[in-house]
Design a protein around this ligand. Structure first.
Ligand code: TUI
Length: 315
């Protein structure tokens, strides 16, 4: 029997690139797809014209399938939802909200719809709304997160739905990939481990901050205001958490985060920039080509799988 995700999406490896606002450009998505996974153009930090340009750029750089990630808090999310139809995009993932109102039109257009969900309840709602698969994201992830860990959440969603589940959050090597399969996932979505690829377009200082990070070096801003975002600890993180405790309003804080993400990605401002990264940043310590990162992950998964009977032993 084949893998449900590779068959559904027409890709070699059951691995999807995380959206990653301001990072998932057309060129980066094409590079991920050329490496055998599913690249995603992240509409998060874009306006509608930029999205169109990035789709054209991606098409010029790959013949492989790629998708678009629509960040539902984007003020132009509605127009973007129409653009993926007009542009015949084969796969759409969504984040930071409930995409139910867009799903019927996407399905009508033949698009594969994969919402990111942080809970069983939203997963069940998305299945009923017509989602083809779910990306179940644990709180280990970088960027905007839910509360539950991948380990606790994935099997609970797997038990509650009948569509394929893709695990996300805390996955950067073959051991974690194998664990995701053990939890019942058919594939994974990864972000942080791709930030340290040669092809990733972020500023060198941002890459260096991930390379240098230890296990305890991420923190979560926005817990109080209701938009929790995992970033690498720095001056910006301390400043944000301070403002939050002083009672700054939600809109102000959101603008603060998105603006500061741009400063990190484009200017390499590692003090006042928001360096979104997952808890696996501590284990991403080498810059490598995308193809090597992805191939090693699957080779590692196979190797650990073979060692498992010995490790489990008899009892
Ligand atoms: O969306 C993400 N990760 C992101 S989006 C992003 S851009 C941003 N920057 C600053 C503030 C806000 C966004 C950076 N990282 N991951 C997928 C994800 N979706 N995580 C959590 C959720 C989610 C949360 C609530 C999905 C649905 C949801 O539903 C609420 C509802 O309306 O029922």
């Amino acid at each position: 029997m084949g893998n449900k995700i590779t068959e559904m999406l027409g890709i070699k490896y059951p691995l999807i690139q995380g959206g990653m606002a301001n990072i998932g450009t057309g060129a980066f998505a094409a590079a991920v797809s050329n490496a055998g996974a599913l690249g995603l153009i992240a509409a998060g930090g874009m306006d509608i014209n930029m999205l169109k340009e990035n789709i054209e750029q991606c098409r010029s750089l790959t013949d492989k399938p790629f998708g678009v990630n629509i960040m539902l808090m984007n003020p132009e999310a509605e127009q973007m939802a129409q653009m993926v139809i007009d542009q015949h995009i084969p796969v759409v993932t969504t984040g930071a909200g409930n995409p139910a109102k867009y799903i019927p039109a996407w399905k009508e257009a033949g698009i594969r719809v994969l919402p990111v969900v942080p809970s069983v309840a939203l997963g069940v709602r998305m299945e009923r709304a017509g989602a083809d698969a779910l990306i179940v994201e644990g709180t280990e992830s970088g960027g905007h997160i839910g509360e539950l860990t991948t380990m606790a959440l994935v099997p609970q969603v797997v038990d509650a739905v009948n569509i394929p589940v893709i695990a996300a959050g805390g996955i950067a090597d073959g051991r974690q990939l194998l664990a995701a399969f053990a939890l019942g996932a058919c594939g994974v979505q990864v972000g942080t481990c791709l930030l340290v690829s040669e092809e990733c377009p972020i500023h060198q200082n941002y890459k260096q901050a991930i390379l240098d990070a230890r296990d305890t070096d991420t923190t979560v801003t926005g817990r109080i205001s209701g938009v929790p975002v995992r970033i690498i600890k720095n001056k910006m993180a301390r400043e944000y958490i301070k403002r939050e405790k002083e009672g700054a309003d939600k809109m102000e804080l959101e603008r603060f985060t998105l603006g500061s993400l741009r400063r990190a990605v484009f200017e390499g401002d590692v003090d006042s920039g928001s360096l979104m990264a997952g808890q696996v940043a501590g284990m991403c310590s080498r810059i490598r080509p995308l193809a090597e990162i992805i191939e090693d992950m699957f080779a590692g998964c196979e190797a650990v799988y073979k060692e498992l009977p010995d490790r489990i032993g008899r009892y």
